[in-house]
Design a protein around this ligand. Structure first.
Ligand SMILES: [Ca+2]
Ligand SMILES: [Ca+2]
Length: 460
């Protein structure tokens, strides 16, 4: 190579390096989105259970904005995630129950999922584990550049503590590194240790504490089965409920079945063990971010797809329109987001998509149903005026404001709870005529022309 060629190469390398620096200065922030499956408010920073140990999520919550009154759109896996990822409410697209994939819902044909939107605006997208319930398959494959791996398992060959089905639990496998969730967290941590030419949007979906509740013994050892606090489940709580949503649509075991076939204490212990395991996975992911080159320019958003009953209202799992089913962890950290102040406004997981668009300076996407939470990220007391709507099965809705929960079922039956004095939702006030005005006002947030139901998994 002669001298002029050497200079040319040096010039080009210099140009390239310079361009990278300019890009680094101007480029929008990265996004790390951590999704957890079936995690209710039993994390330290939400105060849902007095014994739970979740140091990593609690630490993350103190580093940014902890939304302590966040609610899902549909309290079951697939539609909740479809709503978050499309930014559209169930009453817009029509999936109100477990079943339809994003790709099979006709009203989403032209609705880019969050990852696709970010990719179309210059982001590298990475995803692993349970993000969308049915995965990024079919045309959604194009939304993801790099696959980070699987989630969940493994499962023991024989049932351990529950007679058949998904509702088993126990100490299995022997070590964390046999757990797919842990392997996924490690993969994500490794990927966060790398530098990327473009900003990245990484989605990581941890499967625990979703059933079956298998994690290694050391997570069970964190909780003394005989001493753990059990949920409050007064039988008389059901006396003031309308009959319709109470049991009719439930596919999970009843509380009576749990008491009869299983072991309530053992299952609460297993759930707590799984929550602490999931929390450790969050810690592994965050270590990967904090020890790598992307720490300063990455927004972290953590959420769960819905809550979970462990006996409250004689109910297990999800799908109800009560607080245990709809309330979820939700926190956002990043440069410029003040630490240590929680936001108590009722917010929706639908708000994630428009908020991330704002934080990353991407073009507005007007069709979204959520509201950007940038005012609440600047000031934790900023009012979010629109109540949050949760829907479960066609025609059943809950409206949550900062202080109230109003439920209206498809047959017109109602419930009303005052969260200022009744966080357990023990006292249904709906029949008291003095609340007629309030009920009417809250019912005003239920759309009159909700999208008709899309059923089943329709293959295209
Ligand atoms: Ca779920
Ligand atoms: Ca009651």
């Amino acid at each position: 190579m002669n001298i002029s060629k050497v200079y040319l190469v040096l010039f080009l390398v210099g140009l390239l390096l310079n361009t990278n620096i300019v890009q680094a200065e101007n480029r929008p922030p990265n996004v790390l989105m951590i999704c957890i499956d079936d995690l209710n408010d039993w994390i330290g920073c939400l105060g849902g259970h007095p014994d739970v140990k979740t140091p990593h999520m609690d630490q993350l919550a103190t580093q940014g904005r902890n939304f302590t009154n966040a609610h899902c759109v549909v309290p079951v896996c697939s539609p909740s995630r479809v709503c978050i990822m499309s930014g559209l409410h169930a009453t817009t697209h029509g999936s109100y129950d477990l079943g339809p994939s994003y790709q099979s819902i006709p009203r989403l044909d032209n609705a880019p999922c969050m990852q696709a939107y970010f990719k179309s605006h210059g982001y590298t997208t990475l995803a692993g584990g349970k993000v969308l319930h049915h995965g990024f398959t079919d045309y959604l494959k194009d939304a993801i550049d790099i696959n980070l791996g699987r989630h969940g398992g493994p499962r023991p060959k024989k049932q351990m503590n529950w007679p058949g089905g998904a509702w088993d639990w126990g100490a299995f496998p022997d070590t964390d590194d046999q757990m797919f969730d842990y392997q996924l967290a490690k993969n994500a941590a490794d990927a966060l240790g790398k530098q990327y030419d473009k900003p990245f949007f990484m989605s990581v979906g941890i499967f625990r504490p979703h059933v079956p509740m298998f994690v290694p013994q050391k997570w069970f050892d964190l909780y003394d089965r005989e001493k753990i606090t059990l949920p409050k489940t007064p039988l008389a709580d059901l006396d003031d409920l309308p009959p319709n949503f109470n049991r009719r649509l439930n596919i999970e075991p009843t509380h009576a079945e749990v008491l009869e076939k299983g072991d309530w204490r053992g299952m609460v212990q297993a759930y707590l063990a799984c929550v602490s395991f999931a929390d450790m996975c969050v810690g592994e992911i965050m270590d990967g971010l904090n020890n790598g080159p992307n720490k300063e320019n990455t927004i972290v958003v953590l959420w769960s797809d819905h809550g979970f009953h462990l006996g409250e209202k004689q109910h297990w799992a999800k799908r109800t329109l009560w607080e245990e089913s709809t309330r979820t962890p939700f926190m956002i950290t990043g440069s410029g987001i003040p630490a240590n102040k929680a936001c108590e406004e009722a917010v929706s997981l639908l708000d994630i998509y428009p908020t991330l668009i704002d934080l990353c300076g991407l073009p507005k996407y007007a069709a979204l149903d959520g509201i950007s939470l940038t005012p609440q990220l600047k000031d934790h007391t900023a009012i979010r005026k629109q109540p949050v709507l949760t829907s479960s099965y066609f025609g059943n809705h809950a409206v949550r404001t900062k202080d109230w929960r109003y439920i209206r079922y498809a047959d017109g039956a109602e419930e009303l709870y005052d969260h200022r004095v009744d966080s357990d939702e023990f006292t249904n006030l709906a029949k008291d005529p003095k609340y007629n005005g309030l009920k009417k006002e809250l019912a005003g947030s239920i759309p009159k022309n909700a999208a008709p139901e899309v059923k089943g998994l329709i293959k295209k």
